[in-house]
Design a protein around this ligand. Structure first.
Ligand code: ATP
Ligand code: MG
Length: 350
């Protein structure tokens, strides 16, 4: 059984800190939904309000359509995996997994069977009698997830569960978590401040900044059509060029900038101050309006990042695929870059 989770007008104030302000979104049953934002933006606070550890100062949390007001964590169909997870070190793996079942009065034989089923699900069959100290970091992480799944939650709340792992393991666990979510059909609400993690794993992503929800969209939509300057800068790499709108027609905005007239998609109106955002991979070396002095070229493996400076002193970064390296300008050179207006987004300044 998976459930929907709906937040309506949710706000949370701690003393004088406005941690979360007027947040609204609905997570569908069985969805992999991420909340993405920098440290301190209110992600954990939102998760704790969904789990029932704290109660919002304003607004309503509904799970499976039911108002959760007045219900504690044990009276909600949720399980939470905390930012700093801990297994019980003196308990074998299977007992760690079955821990929540004992409190619910499930007998030992049935607990062991359930733990073994879950060990199979997380691809750790036969590890039940090991101690947590005899597992790798990624394996411990999977046991923590199995423990949360043991109580058959309709909604699983995960607070940065991969942040302690190294990059390779994190990438491996991303794929595992995603597959596990699909296999179980449980609604996942996943917190991260790592934008590539959110993009790679989620059906939809909510982006937060300073307690305020900026945009809720699919990963592709977020990347291609950021709704606010914050989202444009936070999700993926981008180049930002400031200017003033001189024309706006048919969804294409013309911006007067120190580098001349530039065009991109948007709805900003003539006379408004605005910023044009163009991704490094959308910049094409050779033949364009952006003339840059190249500072350095960083080879990253699959691509190279070309870092330069525009005449007004602002930074410009272009990426060139490894198979195209012959086209990349050299450090010290003067190079021009162009881009198609449909690959740039213009957003009015706040
Ligand atoms: N119990 C509390 N009392 C007072 N302030 C709090 C409390 N819990 C959180 N805050 C404040 O609320 C804001 C949001 O905190 P929260 O833990 O939700 O951030 P976060 O997005 O999870 O950050 P991180 O990525 O660092 O975990 C912060 O400014 C924090 O200091
Ligand atoms: Mg947090």
């Amino acid at each position: 059984m998976s459930h929907s989770v709906e937040l309506s007008g949710i706000g949370m104030t701690f003393g004088t800190t406005r941690a979360v302000a007027d947040v609204n979104f609905k997570v569908e049953p069985g969805e992999f939904f991420s909340i993405l934002g920098p440290s301190g933006c209110g992600k954990t606070t939102i998760l704790r309000m969904i789990a029932g550890f704290i109660h919002p100062t304003e607004g309503t949390v509904r799970i499976g359509g039911e108002d959760m007001a007045g219900r504690g964590p044990n009276q909600r169909p949720t399980a939470m995996i905390f930012q700093s997870l801990a297994l019980f070190p003196l308990m074998p793996v299977w007992e760690n997994i079955a821990f929540g079942l004992e409190a619910r009065g499930v007998g030992k034989a049935e607990r062991r069977k359930k733990a073994d089923d879950l060990l199979r699900l997380i691809a750790l069959e036969g590890y039940g009698d090991r101690m947590p100290g005899e597992l790798s970091g990624g394996q411990r992480q999977r046991v923590a997830i199995a423990r949360a799944l043991a109580v058959e939650p309709g909604v699983l709340l995960l607070d940065e569960p991969l942040s302690a792992l190294d990059l390779k393991l994190r990438q491996h666990m991303r794929a595992e978590l995603r597959a596990l979510q699909k296999r179980t059909g449980v609604t996942f609400i996943y917190i991260t401040h790592d934008q590539s993690e959110a993009l790679a794993m989620s059906d939809r992503v909510a982006v937060m900044s300073a307690g305020v929800l900026q945009q809720v969209a699919t990963p592709r939509e977020l990347y291609e059509n950021p709704a606010t300057p914050f989202v444009a800068r936070f999700v993926g790499e981008t180049n930002a060029i400031k200017g003033r709108v001189t024309a706006s027609e048919g969804g294409i905005v013309t911006l007067d900038t120190p580098m001349g007239a530039l065009r991109g998609r948007g709805t900003a109106q003539a006379g408004q101050g605005a910023t044009l955002f163009v991704r490094p991979e959308a910049l094409i070396p050779g033949g364009g309006t952006l003339a840059a002095q190249i500072d350095r070229v960083d080879f990253e493996g699959a691509f190279a990042l070309v870092h330069g400076r525009l005449p007004d002193g602002s930074a410009l970064t272009a990426s060139v695929g490894s198979t195209d390296l012959a086209r990349a300008p050299a450090p010290g050179a003067e190079a021009s870059f162009g881009f198609a207006p449909e690959h740039a987004v213009v957003l009015a300044d706040a």
